[in-house]
Design a binder for this molecule. Structure first.
Ligand code: G3P
Ligand code: CA
Length: 246
């Protein structure tokens, strides 16, 4: 089973922060997953929710804040942490990607707010850093998935949806390269024989808590998941599945 750090090591560090990503690099992971959106002045920043209320000491829509305003916010659970730009994350992980083959799943958070032009912006930035071989794109917005594959058929793009059947539908329609379903919604019994694409399953808050909420975390039966056709999991606690690096 391939193990991904979901929003970084987000069980023990604030999600989608440099410290969560830095910690993830200390483990023998396959990759890191994160979410991107655009600030009011068109900078790509890393945050999951469309509003800043849950993860910062401010409130309102992320899209209404400039990068400088977002940077002035404090991250809940760690006053020293700030909203990262994707550029900061690429700089942080670049060497580990190149030397260890660590991958980065960039989820474009563009279903609720469309963020027109974000696809081209992120492709340009990834190219600038020479990191194209290490990036997997995904989005809950099928239009964005299709657009990415149309712009650049060579990109690796995951079809992201709750149900595995919907992921398969999107993947077939858009020519996507992988299925990214919710771990509890594998509704294709013969998934293994239905597709030879990677199936990367993700978890959610009530099954895997985020820092600083704490609480019990459900450790997955990876052998059973593999038998069901899942090749990878996104987890808030990769440290429960893989050893430390080095
Ligand atoms: O990309 C997999 C997973 O992160 C999707 O759900 O809500 O955590 O972005 P969410
Ligand atoms: Ca995500």
């Amino acid at each position: 089973m391939k193990i991904w750090a979901h929003r970084g090591c987000s069980y023990r560090y604030p999600e989608n922060t440099l410290s969560a990503f830095r910690e993830a690099l200390n483990y023998e992971i396959t990759g890191i997953e994160l979410d991107i959106q655009l600030s009011r002045d068109g900078q790509i920043v890393v945050m999951h929710d469309e509003t800043v209320d849950r993860t910062t000491d401010h409130s309102g829509w992320l899209k209404d804040y400039t990068l400088a305003e977002l940077k002035a916010m404090h991250i809940r659970g760690d006053d020293n942490e700030h909203v990262p730009t994707i550029r900061e994350v690429l700089e942080l992980i670049h060497d580990a990607c190149v030397s260890r083959g660590i991958l980065l799943n960039i989820e474009l958070k563009n279903s609720e707010v469309r963020y027109d032009g974000m696809e081209q912006m992120i492709l340009d930035l990834v190219r600038e850093y020479g990191m194209e071989p290490y990036i997997i794109y995904s989005s809950f917005n099928p239009e964005s998935v299709a657009m990415l594959k149309k712009m650049r058929p060579d990109l690796h793009v995951g079809a992201l949806a709750e149900y595995a059947s919907r992921c398969l539908e999107i993947a077939e329609a858009a020519g996507a390269d992988a299925l990214h379903p919710f771990i509890k919604r594998i509704d294709i019994p013969d998934l293994k024989t239905r597709t030879d694409k990677p199936v990367r399953a993700w978890n959610v808050t009530h099954f895997e808590p985020f820092y600083p909420d704490g609480g019990d975390i459900e450790v997955q039966d990876t052998a059973a998941l593999e038998a069901a056709g899942i090749t990878d999991i996104f987890t808030n606690a990769p440290e429960l599945y893989v050893p430390r690096h080095g």
